[in-house]
Design a protein around this ligand. Structure first.
Ligand code: GSH
Length: 202
C-alpha cells in the first residue's frame, strides 16, 4: 500500500498517524510506503495530474485501487482492518475539523500568493470567521473533556493544531486548552515515534 502526500500537509499526517495506530494494533512496524511529494514542483504536478484529478494530497494506492481524500481513505482503511465505524457525533466533529482545516489551507495559500488575507474581502472574511468560530468551539470541547482519547478525530485535531501553529495561522495563545492538548500528545511516550516521524517541521 502506498500513501502519496507531502510531509507538511495536516490531511496527509492524519492518515500517517492513523496507519501508525493500525500498525500498532496489528503488532507490525508499518503498513504502508510513504511517497513524499512536492505538490508544487513540476514533477509533483505531473504525478498529481496522472493519479488524482482533485490535484490534492493525500491519496492512497492499494494494489489496483486508488483512493482520494483523507476522509475516504480513513473509511477504506477502517473497513480493511475491521475497525468500528465513527458515531454521528464523531462524523460531525470531523466535518467541523475539516471545515476549519480547509479555511486555514485557503488562507495559507492566499498568504503564499502574496496577498494579505486579513483585508476586508468577502472570501477572506468568510474563511477568517469560520476559523475563529470553530477554533473557539473546539477549545470549549477540549475544556469539556473531549479529545482525551487518541482516536481518529483526536488525531485530526492534533494534526490541524500542530500545522496551524507551525504556519502561524491562528492566535493559539488565546486558546490555552488547545495548546495544552497538542503538547500532551507530543509528550505522550507511546505516540512519540510516530508523532516525531510525521512532524511537519522535518
Ligand atoms: N478534503 C481533502 C483536502 C486535502 C487538501 O486540501 N490537501 C491540500 C494539502 S494540505 C492540497 O493538496 N492542496 C493543494 C491545492 O489546494 O491545490 C482531504 O481530506 O484529503
Amino acid at each position: 500500500m502506498k500513501l502519496y502526500g507531502s510531509t507538511t500537509s495536516p490531511y496527509v499526517r492524519r492518515i500517517r498517524l492513523y496507519l501508525a495506530m493500525l500498525a500498532d494494533k496489528n503488532k507490525t512496524d508499518s503498513l504502508y510506503q510513504f511517497v513524499n511529494m512536492d505538490i508544487f514542483s513540476e514533477a509533483g504536478r505531473a504525478q498529481l495530474l496522472a493519479d488524482n484529478p482533485t490535484l490534492k494530497v493525500p491519496y492512497l494506492v492499494d494494489a489496483e485501487q486508488n483512493i482520494f481524500d483523507s476522509r475516504v481513505i480513513f473509511r477504506y482503511l477502517n473497513k480493511k482492518h475491521s475497525q468500528p465505524e465513527l458515531s454521528w457525533r464523531e462524523e460531525n466533529l470531523l466535518t467541523v475539523i475539516d471545515a476549519v482545516n480547509d479555511s486555514l489551507v485557503s488562507l495559507f495559500l492566499i498568504k503564499r500568493s502574496g496577498l494579505d488575507n486579513t483585508q476586508d474581502y468577502l472570501f477572506f472574511n468568510l474563511q477568517n470567521e469560520r476559523a475563529a468560530t470553530i477554533i473557539s468551539q473546539l477549545n470549549t470541547e477540549v475544556l469539556n473533556g473531549n479529545f482525551e482519547v487518541w482516536d481518529y478525530p483526536t488525531i485530526c485535531l492534533f494534526c490541524l493544531l500542530d500545522w496551524a501553529s507551525l504556519r502561524e495561522l491562528f492566535p493559539f495563545d488565546e486558546f490555552p486548552a488547545l495548546t495544552k492538548l497538542m503538547q500532551k500528545y507530543k509528550e505522550q511516550e507511546n505516540l512519540s515515534s510516530a508523532v516525531k516521524e510525521t512532524d511537519p517541521r522535518n
